[in-house]
Design a binder for this molecule. Structure first.
Ligand code: 0O2
Length: 241
């Protein structure tokens, strides 16, 4: 016996827990493939990549237990699966706010993804200034003997939103959640500046985009680069010789 358990009971528990956690890892593997395809395809078609970087994490057992106690949940695997939807988490960072909604729509458009919850903290920031788009989705994963639908939390944010959130997170933990008022006020101001920066950068990028697109078309069509359309084909498409 170890504690209240026999060795066999402990073995069974360990195997069950490993199977449980593996499902979340597989869900992240599936999402990793999906996100990579979206990135590559978008880059190929639009000559531009809306995703700056992506982080994947499976919540540690300690952190899952913390949440079980914090939310006063029943300590069982079915209850954890039902109530804790962020065991598998993805954070996607983009340059611009419009990229966030583009990525969100691309993910929502995939047939095997079901969005079960969506929180838009960009349109409606949290009182402390936190901004991000949160989705809880479910995707199927196929294992040797069964198919399971696994929830995944996806946070999509700009670089500025991410910068703010990671600093706020550090401050929160440094002060053990008792952050002095003056710091809370400064954080709120920083969140406003970050939001203004997002708007400014996107405006600049849009202006640059107009010139870039014009230049790209000229390069492709007039200068006859490798990918340029042959004039004969262009002529026949437009009924001109
Ligand atoms: P971790 O370690 O990042 O996973 P929930 O507790 O998830 O059931 P809640 O709070 O309604 O319910 O979920 P919400 O609002 O979607 O937020 C979940 C996650 O968003 C948090 O996960 C944080 O990662 C992030 N987040 C939300 N609000 C803030 C904020 O004010 N500041 C920062 N820095 N991050 C925030 P966890 O579980 O708290 O932690």
């Amino acid at each position: 016996m170890i504690g209240d358990f026999t060795l066999n009971e402990l073995r069974t528990l360990k195997a069950e827990l490993t199977r449980f956690m593996m499902a979340y890892k597989f869900a992240l593997d599936e999402m990793n493939t999906k996100i990579n395809i979206l990135k590559e395809e978008f880059q190929y078609i639009h000559d531009y990549n809306p995703i700056e970087h992506v982080k994947y994490r499976v919540k540690t057992p300690e952190s899952i237990l913390d949440k079980v106690y914090r939310k006063n949940l029943e300590l069982s695997l079915p209850s954890i699966k039902e109530n804790i939807k962020d065991i598998a988490g993805i954070r996607i960072t983009c340059s611009f706010i419009t990229d966030i909604y583009k990525i969100c729509d691309m993910l929502k458009g995939q047939k095997d993804i079901t969005v079960i919850e969506s929180k838009d903290y960009i349109k409606k920031p949290k009182p402390n200034g936190y901004r991000s788009l949160h989705l809880i989705i479910e995707i199927p994963i196929f294992m040797s003997d069964r198919e399971e639908r696994i929830p995944v939390e996806i946070q999509i944010r700009t670089i500025a939103m991410d910068f703010w959130a990671s600093l706020e997170h550090k401050i929160f933990y440094k002060y053990n959640k008792e952050v002095p008022d003056h710091l809370l006020k400064e954080l709120k101001e920083a969140a406003t500046s970050a939001a203004e920066l997002d708007v400014k950068m996107e405006k600049l990028n849009n202006e640059m985009g107009v010139y870039k697109e014009k230049g790209r078309l000229e390069d492709e069509l007039v200068l006859g680069q490798q990918s340029a359309l042959p004039y004969k084909l262009l002529g026949s498409l437009t009924n001109r010789d």
